[in-house]
Design a protein around this ligand. Structure first.
Ligand SMILES: C[S@@+](CC[C@H](N)C(=O)[O-])C[C@H]1O[C@@H](n2cnc3c(N)ncnc32)[C@H](O)[C@@H]1O
Length: 286
């Protein structure tokens, strides 16, 4: 897969157009939707032929357009958008980055390309209903294909019970994954876990299509700073403008600048300024 993109980072506006080259194989998100759209398409065509009306054909065209838009987002758009988001962070290269629900590594491996001595750590339950061909082995193959195996670690774990020590990551990212956790309480727990493992001064970026207002409100409640929520634009529309992706971003305050003294002990990490970066033993193993 090969993508081109413009102006990857505003701070480097004069930089020539760079190319994001993907050599791995990343599947498609929510693959069960394709047969559903296929049935809708055929039903519209049959209806049009039988009824002699033009409107079912219009319906079939709309279904095709929705499918094309979703496929674009899954196969290209999310790579382009995340490449830009990660570029803008201007990582040093020694960070520890955690990807919640990394799947086959779309965001995880883009992040790994920014690292030298740092590590990109992916956590997932490898659900095939959420992404086609989802498996730790597929992600490992992709890491090898992208040439970043030495910087990538995978853990099979639930994002609501992360197998890592508090304050052990500089950056936590997640793309299209937290909405898969059932219920408000579960999603809030996932957010709390993300905040717990983030070091004071670290940053959090969550892209999702559901529940992003909930994420923002919960991050504010937990005392994070610079909490923002904005649409990621047409390249991350899932079927059309009615299903956009929003990015929720936040920073964990350094303990001396903790915004809300009464906030949960999650903020501040309850540990040293930069805790031992090693992960606690994997609860499930890969
Ligand atoms: C739509 S896929 C997105 C994968 C990847 N972030 C990407 O952008 O390609 C959602 C991912 O979340 C994972 N997932 C769902 N629930 C999870 C949970 N409770 N803990 C960890 N991962 C989970 C799924 O296995 C799947 O890999």
């Amino acid at each position: 897969m090969q993508e081109s993109r413009r102006g990857s980072a505003p701070a480097r506006g004069n930089e020539p157009i760079r190319r994001v080259q993907r050599k791995g194989s990343y599947g498609i998100d929510a693959p069960y939707l394709l047969p559903v759209l296929g049935v809708l398409f055929v039903a519209n065509i049959v209806n049009g032929v039988v009824s002699g009306s033009v409107w079912p054909f219009v319906g079939a065209a709309v279904v095709m357009a929705c499918a094309g838009c979703g496929l674009y987002t899954s196969r290209r758009g999310k790579f382009l958008v995340w490449a830009e988001l990660l570029d803008r962070l201007e990582l040093r290269g020694d960070e520890r980055v955690l990807d919640l629900g990394c799947g086959r590594g779309a965001v995880l491996l883009l992040a790994a390309e920014h690292l030298t001595t740092g590590r990109a750590v992916g956590v997932d339950l490898w659900r095939r209903g959420d992404q086609s061909g989802n498996a730790a082995e597929a992600t490992r193959r992709n890491a090898a294909a992208e040439g970043v195996s030495d910087r990538v670690q995978l853990h099979t774990a639930d994002m609501i019970a992360l197998p890592f020590e508090a304050s052990s990551f500089d950056l936590v990212v997640s793309n299209m994954a937290i909405h898969n956790v059932k219920g408000r309480a579960g999603r809030e727990k996932a957010i709390e876990e993300a905040v717990r493992v983030l070091r004071p001064g670290g940053r959090l970026m969550i892209a999702d299509l559901w529940a992003t207002r909930l994420y923002r409100a919960h991050l504010e409640k937990l005392g994070l700073t610079d909490v923002s929520r904005h649409s990621l634009g047409w390249r991350m529309w899932w079927s059309g403008p009615w299903l956009p992706t929003f990015l929720v971003a936040a920073a964990k305050p350094d303990r001396q600048e903790r915004a809300c003294p009464g906030a949960s002990d999650l903020v501040g990490g309850g540990g040293s300024e930069r805790a031992e970066p090693g992960a606690a033993p994997d609860r499930r193993g890969t």
